[in-house]
Each structure stands twice: as C-alpha cells, then as structure tokens.
Write a protein that binds this ligand. Structure first.
Ligand SMILES: [Zn+2]
Length: 461
C-alpha cells in the first residue's frame, strides 16, 4: 500500500511540479506598440548628416579653438558645441518646447593631457518626466563630441572623429529627436536626459564633472547608456548584427564591507550596471532594432576606458555600447595614406555604416523609452533567511506606478534571467525554489506591461 501510494505520489507530484513550472523568460517579449513605432522614426540619413556635420568642424579636440571667430568660421570644438545646442533647441521647437536645453561648463586645470586651464562644456537636453512623483528618476544616454588625431595635444590638424565619437554624439541627438517627438502621444513618467560631453580624450573630464555634479545634487540616475565607437566600421571582420554592451562586475564604489557581502552571496555578477545590461538584452528581444546587444561582462576593452566609468565611480549604473570589431587604423590617427601598404588612416565618415548606426540608435531609444515608461524599481527588497528552509520568501516596498511585480531568477551559473513568476497582490512572495541554488530579482510592472529594472534582494535575518 505504502509503495503504491508513493508511486502514485511520484507521478502526481512530478505532474504538479510540471504544471507549476514557471515561464521561461527567454521567450517572453515585452513590446509596447508605441515604443516600436517611435524607434521606427530613427533615420540613417539624419544620423549621416549629423556625423558629417560634426566632421566638418575639422578638429573637435577639447584643446581646439572655441573663440567667437572660430565658432563663426565653423572650426573647432566651440563651433561643434554651438551646433549641438542649436540642434537640441530645434528638436525642442518641434515638440512644443518639450526639451530643456542646458550646458554644464567648468574650467579644467592644466594636467597630463591639458596644457593650460581649459573651459569644457557638456551640452544636454532634458525631457522632464510626466509624473511628479517619478520625474526625479532619470535615465540618460551619452556620447562624447570631442575628437583627437595621433597627437593628443594637436588642436588644429584634422581630427574628424566620425566614429570616435561622432557616432555616440549622433546617437544622443537622434534619440532626442525621435523620443521628444513621441513625447506628445507617449507619456514618460521618468525623466530622460540626452547628453553630449567633452574632454573624454583628455581623461573623461566632461563625464567626471557631470557625474560628480549629479551625485552632489542627489540626482536619481537609474541608467546611463554610453555610446562610444558605435559606427560599425566597414572594415573586414565586422559583425553588423550586434553591438557590444560592456558592464562592470564588482561596483567601482563597493566598500570593503560590500565586497565581503558580495563574496558571501555569490553576487559578483549582479552589479546594478549588469542588471542594466540584462535589461538591454530584454529590450533587444522585445524590439526589432536591427542590431542585437552582445553582453560583455567586463568594464571595458583592454587598454581603453570610457565615460560610463565616470558614472560608475559615482555609484550609478552605466554601460558602454561599442561596435563588434574596432579598426585601430581609423581611431586616434592622423588622416593619411600609406602608399607602400595602401592603408588609409583616419576616423573618416566613409568608414562608418549608417544603417548599422540606425540599429544601435533604435536599441538605445527603445531602452530609454522602456526604462522611462516603467514604474520605479521596488525598494527594500529582502530575502528572508531566518530559518533553514528550501522555499524562498521575498518582501519589498511597493513601487510608484506599479500594478504588479515579477520575481525573476536564474541558475547561479546562467548569464541571464531564466524564469519569472508574476505576483499579482501584495509586496511579498514565497516560491518553491531554493535560494541556495539561484539568484533572484524583483521588478515592478505597470498596467501596460512596462518592466522596471530588477532589484536583487538582500538577505534579512
Ligand atoms: Zn571615444
């Protein structure tokens, strides 16, 4: 009898388990028809015009000219800065003044790559969130508009910077154009900032200043998308179906106590920047951007750095987008042709793939729009660890704009979230999954299905 009952249970229990098998996340698309329509407005031709205009300023080195005369002549970083401001202002006019166009100007003292005190200006446009309670949440896209040639101290000879980083500057501008246009029909509860910085090539000066200002003023930046070298260089070996998305593992700002906690919990792969990267992977599955994100679990490429790190250093979640394969003959090089080898050097527009750039821009715009449409992420997310047990109980504080929540999880050795369970009532969930074997996250979902960034719970005893 006992054996029979056990056999019956074995099959019944397995059947129950199977019925309870939660949905696999990979198949789960979160598409908003309005966002899909918005990103269709991205224009490869507009992007080409922007990059060619930036190249026309001849040399956009941070130490190049910015006097009135040069600005009038359309030469140097001052002229580039004025043109970017005017572009943002033009987009704002087209959306009934929906963008606030701003500058962040400061003097960088002489240093390793700055020969004399130099004025640096970051230019940005703010699309203020529609919900007073949520407008203090900020998502941000950035690129650097300064350029360089072979010599960091050369501010006069051609430094076209079409790819590095005319491309990233064009992503910020084109996102501003299409997302602000959509803002009439589409409400974004959170604030979006479209940023272009200078000083990157001299030592991340612009982004450092901006991130420090944001930190000092208590800005609640949830996500920074840094685009640097996203031109899809047309040289051999390029894979124009993907864009790399770099994210830091251990947070730059983690204290010794936090490092200790991360080690205890196996949290090395769950920085807020990495959750942002996974969010972008989800956006890549949900929208037909034309270019897919390829997550690289590393801060940046070898021997290189970028503006996302300046934000990481202030504790903000920030990732870097970069084309799959860089051509170093087309970066940081004087424009020239080597007759013996036939190699053409220099960061020229003719090496840029504008169709590819449109794909990268669509991925950025969809990520910004999804994040800014979503409810705030849940706060005080806890995992109860009072007793030894095989179930897992999670609790959290309700999030502004949320109507339901989702618990997501994955095996400790899986790169991305694998499973999801919807929690329709309350801010608490008990799952028949052992906390010892998986990593959990909790995210907020609004009535229209927009997902927030997931938050990994902290253990509570
Ligand atoms: Zn760059």
């Amino acid at each position: 009898m006992v054996a029979l009952a056990l056999a019956a249970c074995a099959s019944l229990c397995r059947a129950q388990e199977m019925a309870q098998e939660p949905p696999r996340l990979a198949a789960d698309r979160h598409t908003d028809a309005h966002i899909a329509e918005t990103i269709r407005q991205v224009s490869a031709d507009r992007i080409r015009q922007t990059v060619e205009k930036l190249v026309s300023f001849q040399n956009r080195s941070t130490i190049s000219a910015q006097d009135e005369e040069s600005i009038k002549a359309g030469k140097g970083i001052g002229a580039a800065r004025e043109w970017i401001k005017a572009e943002f202002a033009r987009y704002s006019k087209e959306c009934g003044g929906c963008l606030e166009v701003k500058t962040d100007t400061f003097t960088e003292q002489a240093g390793e790559r700055i020969p004399k005190p130099t004025e640096i200006t970051n230019v940005y446009a703010v699309l203020r969130g529609s919900e007073p309670k949520q407008a203090e949440r900020i998502v941000l896209v950035t690129g650097h508009y300064d350029s360089r040639n072979s010599d960091t101290f050369n501010g006069t000879d051609p430094a076209p910077g079409a790819n590095d980083d005319g491309s990233g500057t064009a992503v910020s501008l084109e996102c501003a154009r299409v997302v602000s246009k959509a803002a009439g029909k589409l409400k974004f509860p959170a604030t979006i900032i479209f940023l272009t910085v200078a000083g990157e090539e001299q030592g991340l000066n612009g982004s450092k200043h901006f991130a420090q200002m944001a930190k000092q003023q208590g800005w609640k930046i949830e996500a920074v998308l840094n685009n640097d070298i996203v031109g899809g260089d047309l040289g051999p070996g390029q894979d124009s179906s993907v864009v790399r998305v770099f994210s830091e593992g251990l947070p730059a700002v983690a204290s010794d106590a936090e490092i200790k906690r991360i080690r205890m919990l196996g949290g090395e792969n769950d920085s807020t920047s990495r959750e942002l990267a996974r969010y972008i992977a989800d956006v890549g599955r949900s929208y037909d951007a034309g270019v897919k994100p390829l997550l690289i679990f590393r801060l940046d490429r070898f021997l290189r750095g970028g503006d996302h790190y300046a934000f990481n250093q202030q504790g903000f979640a920030a990732v870097r987008f970069t084309e799959f394969r860089e051509d170093y003959n087309h970066q940081h090089q004087n424009v020239r042709k080597d007759d013996a080898s036939g190699i053409e050097y220099g960061d020229l527009s003719k090496f840029v793939d504008f169709g590819y750039m449109a794909g990268v821009t669509r991925l950025n715009a969809a990520s910004l729009a999804s994040l800014a449409s979503a409810p705030a992420p849940p706060t005080s997310v806890k995992m109860l660890t009072k007793n030894l047990e095989n179930d897992t109980t999670l609790t959290w504080e309700p999030a502004a704009g949320a109507s339901t929540y989702e618990v997501v999880w994955r095996s400790t050795n899986a790169a991305d979230w694998e499973y999801v369970q919807t929690i329709t009532s309350g801010a608490r969930a008990t799952l028949k999954v052992s906390k010892d074997n998986v990593i959990f996250g909790v995210r907020a979902v609004d009535a229209a299905g927009h997902r927030s960034l997931p938050v990994v719970p902290e253990p509570e005893r």
